[in-house]
Ligand binder design. Sequence first.
Ligand SMILES: [Mg+2]
Length: 378
Amino acid sequence: MKANRRTFLEATSLAAGAGFLSSFTKAGKVLPRYQPTGSGLKFSFKPYELQLKHTFTIASNSRTSTAVMLTQLEWEGVTGYGEASMPPYLGESHQTATKFLSTLNLSQFKDPFRMEEILDYVDAAMPGNCAAKASVDIALHDLVGKLLNQPWYRIWGYSAEKTPLTTFTIGMAKSDEVVTKTKEASAFKILKVKIGGGNDEEMIKGVRSVTNVPLCVDVNQGWKDRQEALDKIHWLKEQGVVFIEQPFEKHNFDDTAWLTQHSPLPIMADEALQRIGDLDRIHGVYSGINCKLMKCTGMREAHKIIEMARSLKMKTMIGCMTETSCAVSAASQLSPIVDWADLDGNLLISNDVFEGMKVVEGKILLPELAGIGIRPKG
Ligand SMILES: [Mg+2]
């Protein structure tokens, strides 16, 4: 009897185990190790010029167009799209990006899932060229996400409904133009106002004559005196401003640290933070960071920067340049975990060649499409 009972129990547990294992394999969870097929990555790129809807003016310059490089990475019939946006003050151009991208031999890589190996190779190919590097990184993320049939926010484990509102940027202008631009931005629930050009009060008052939505301000290194800056921040707080971006020149750590210590509003680093190595130096000097794919070579490093900044209890923002929906949608994949997003670059141009991330009632709506969530416009 005892022997029978033991036999019965052994038989049932074996059957249960076998059932568990067979359902596991049937569901396709045990995948064979990838064997390279022999076909390498096919890479191509094309210069493109973005036309801005309005002349864009910040503390240091003014422009009406932005040079970009559109890239494609193809593997076994699947194509990933990427982009480099190169506003002139950052030092990259169609010429520098062409030179850099032409030196790359991506056909040597037979397995796109080896992303670390591929992107380490791209980063080591030449110093600088951060936007050009980002154009490869974004295309590779798009390709791998498509091969996995998932968007990157899901691969990273983020929740689509947690995306923040995005700011819309009001560039520097005279009062009447500021009023017009603010009226045009009525769909947005938070605005970013460019100041630091000597008419800060005029800019804020112009915006406030139209709307009561929260504001953030980007000084673009335009302030010089720390006591004056602190007085201005107190006034800006009364005007409903929620943070101050890059108040002083990026190397001015002493005044920035003093201001962060005394300021009632968070002080965010933009120009002072490019690569992940900068985070160590600015921790304790700024309250938070504005991370952009074009500064830090793309999604791989931006993901690391934002996760690291969060672990250091810094505020985080994901930003952009004037870009098509390609690079903006790539950046938006990280937006569920940031405090603020400034992803309006595709809305500032009139000749976008992709559709992707949308803004609905001021909030980022992530596309369900795999990869970075874009499709070329038909
Ligand atoms: Mg900025």
